[in-house]
Design a protein around this ligand. Structure first.
Ligand code: GCV
Length: 716
């Protein structure tokens, strides 16, 4: 009897356990929904308002994009409002959301304002609350589908962040035309500088198998205004241009198209060369049948023209080529005594009939041209200004070195008035703790965007250069090196999603503040709980400055491990100190820092006057760039009245203590945020704390060998 009772009891227990496990699996948040979770509106007043305002929806048109708009609204409003909102037949104008181009409004007898339409261009939109024949209506209007799509995501964001709808009067247009992600994804599925798993693109399955992630990826990009993607690594494998791969890329392009995402490819400059050359031990082997890729050789030019036409046959809206040439071992025109302009123009000529563009990277640092690496791109490219064809961008990284935690702006941006400059930012955290450290990058990007380059005197911010305001460029662009991979949460660290989000938002409108973007991301990711908002916001906003402090304070740079670029370079245990770290920080018994002043490497001369003079003197040089431009004595007093050595110690301690604080205040959210997310972030923060302390201790002990002063353990 008791055995039977026991076994019944066991069955009940097992059933309960199973149910509990299933429930917890179902509720475990793996972060895959990104910022598009559409969780129910928690504020009842708002919920009532939204439900009253949106009793029906009309989405005009039947294009693939219009269908995705419908899907998004159905899915989004269902989640947010907890009820199904019906789609109405065209004609309805009250208590409805109407998403339509001008044609619809004209037909409904409410012709839209012509000036407004003109100002919207091809991607802008307006979201308005209006009274039509006495009845309240919400409408999203744009000249085309892409504007409607962006407007739809903006509208849903308003609901996700619980904004009032009553007086809506939003007009939004992108300030930059080409807003691209650059994927450094290789054809073998690995991702260079990728920290979130393998590539999203399953090359071996394409074109027959379509991962649902392709659509999800395009949807996420569109939700923040990104309109193009370079799908393969700039260290490009020539095979990307074989018919086999072009078919695969065409399938991706098809999946992305409804979301307004155009596909671009990185190409290898040696592509026209026969693979035979590779077999002979020549790394220049490509996929063609030629023995050269000299850009002035007629056979090479014909090869590219034929290849481009083949690509457009498969992908009619193909965007163009991104090129890393004569850089870090990649082949380029200089091997044939030609210039970057010769190389870029050859490709541009082939792409031009189809409306394609070339993004020619300026990331070059040929050791011969100057002992100071940061000067080399400027030296190679400035003499070429004005020599590029109309559809060529020169794409430059934000700083003159390489995506360091902090750099001054690349001076090339101010020196190419006749060449459209495209800005390359890095979303993946190559030098900022990979996907382990919580570092919100928007404040850093804002610092660059607001940096006054003095290109045309004061008021020439980097943002106003790349958006074409200062130099009146014929085209404008910005790229972000993606941080995505095949891990469920896309970016490895949940908080790294905020950087993808912020990149898109700033690419659309660089005047938005890092604070507002963070607040939106938090609300859309975690919900609108004020405690979460405040806590997470405070963690994010200081996280970049903290990272600079515990890695490379006061203008230090490239002192990280060689190649891996994660921890500090000096290895105190083995005593082995990488040459590069010595090269960049120049520590000696007298002081620290790279002298780039007019009496040093004279890198300051590459900046326009006023900036040049400011950077040239250690007295006026902003302290954040001090050791970038100057070699400073250990006892020299800084603005804090502390000596350089004391200030260095203070910064390293301030940085690590910020991470300790992030960890502590995150713990206060234990019962408030989703348990799986809580654990995920807690673990990352724990590692970040250890890493930050290792950075501090290693760097200070290393520099102490030169300074011979005691480490002072205090922060601000
Ligand atoms: C794609 C740095 C990175 C490389 C990267 C290169 C580039 O050197 O470490 O991984 O290569 O920049 O931007 O081309």
């Amino acid at each position: 009897m008791s055995a039977i009772r026991n076994s019944r009891w066991n069955v009940v227990l097992v059933t309960c356990l199973l149910a509990w496990c299933t429930a917890s699996v179902a509720s475990a948040n793996d972060g895959s929904g990104l910022w598009l979770n559409y969780t129910p509106v928690s504020d009842n007043v708002r919920l009532k308002e939204y439900r009253q305002s949106i009793r029906a929806m009309v989405v005009a048109g039947d294009s693939l994009t219009a269908r995705e708009i419908r899907n998004e609204l159905r899915h989004g409003l269902n989640g947010l409002l907890g009820r199904e909102i019906p789609f109405d037949a065209p004609g309805r104008t009250s208590n409805a959301l109407i998403v339509a181009t001008p044609r619809y409004f004209k037909a409904a007898g409410v012709p839209p304002n012509q000036e407004l339409l003109k100002s919207l261009g091809s991607e802008g939109y307006a979201i308005k609350a209006v009274k039509i024949r006495g009845a309240r209506t919400l409408f999203i209007i744009a000249n085309g589908d892409r504007g409607l799509l962006y407007g739809t995501f903006h509208f849903l964001r308003l609901l996700q962040t619980q904004r009032p709808l009553g007086r809506l009067d939003i007009v939004s247009t992108p300030r930059i035309q080409h807003r691209l992600l650059n994927h450094w994804d290789n054809l073998d599925g690995s991702v260079e500088r990728g920290y979130a798993g393998r590539s999203l693109w399953r090359w071996d399955e394409l074109p027959s198998v379509l991962s649902p992630r392709y659509r999800e990826y395009a949807r996420a990009c569109a939700s923040i205004g990104i309109n193009g993607t370079v799908v393969n690594n700039v260290n490009a494998n020539p095979r990307i241009l074989t018919p086999e791969y072009v078919r695969k890329v065409a399938t991706l392009a098809e999946a992305f198209r409804p979301y307004g995402i155009r596909v671009f490819l990185s190409v290898n400059f040696s592509s026209p060369i026969s693979a035979r050359f590779e077999q002979e031990g020549n790394r220049k082997g490509g996929i063609g049948n030629l023995s050269t890729s000299d850009p002035l050789d007629p056979a090479v030019r014909a090869w590219w023209k034929a290849k481009v036409s083949e690509v457009y046959r498969g992908i009619p809206d193909f965007g163009g080529f991104l090129v890393k040439a004569s850089s870090e071992g990649m082949p380029g025109p200089q091997e044939y005594g030609r210039t970057h302009a010769d190389g870029a123009n050859m490709l541009a000529e082939a792409l031009e009939p189809y409306g394609g563009i070339v993004m020619w990277r300026s990331f070059v640092y040929d050791a011969e041209s100057d002992p100071d690496r940061v000067k080399r791109a400027y030296k190679e490219f400035v003499p070429l200004d004005g020599q590029f064809r109309g559809n060529v961008f020169v794409q430059a990284k934000n700083g003159p070195l390489d995506f360091q935690p902090r750099e001054p702006v690349q001076p090339l941006f101010a020196a190419m008035p006749r060449t459209p400059m495209m800005l390359e930012l890095q979303i993946t955290q190559e030098y900022l703790g990979h996907s382990t450290h919580l570092v919100y990058l928007a404040p850093m990007w804002k610092e660059y965007l607001q940096f006054d380059t003095f290109a045309k005197g004061p008021g020439s911010s980097l943002a106003s250069i790349i958006d074409g305001t200062v130099q009146k460029y014929r085209m404008t662009g910005i790229a972000g090196v993606a941080n995505t991979g095949d891990q469920p949460n896309w970016c490895g660290h949940l908080f790294a999603q905020a950087n993808w989000f912020a990149f898109g938002r700033l690419a659309w409108d660089h005047t938005q503040s890092a604070e507002d973007i963070a607040a939106d991301w938090i609300r859309m990711t975690f919900g609108n709980d004020q405690r979460v908002l405040k806590t997470v916001h405070s963690m994010m906003m200081g996280s970049w400055e903290a990272c600079v402090n515990y890695m490379t304070p006061l203008g230090l740079h490239h002192i990280m491990q060689v190649d891996f670029h994660y921890g500090p370079g000096p290895d105190l245990d083995t005593g082995r100190v990488d040459w590069r770290s010595t090269y960049y920080h120049r520590a000696d018994s007298l002081g620290l820092g790279y002298d780039r002043s007019s009496t040093g490497s004279n890198a300051v001369s590459q900046y326009p006057s006023l900036l040049r003079e400011q950077f040239d003197s250690p007295v006026t040089c902003p302290e954040k760039y001090l050791l970038w431009f100057h070699h400073i004595g250990w006892d020299q007093k800084l603005r804090s009245r502390r000596s350089l050595w004391e200030e260095l110690c203070t910064r390293y301690f301030t940085g690590t203590e910020y991470v300790d604080t992030m960890s502590t205040i995150w713990s206060s959210l234990e019962r408030i945020v989703d348990p799986a997310i809580f654990i995920h972030v807690s673990k990352k923060l724990e590692t970040q704390r250890k890493d930050a302390a290792a950075w501090r201790d290693t760097c200070l002990r290393y520099f102490q060998r030169f300074s011979r002063r005691p480490i002072i353990g205090q922060s601000e």
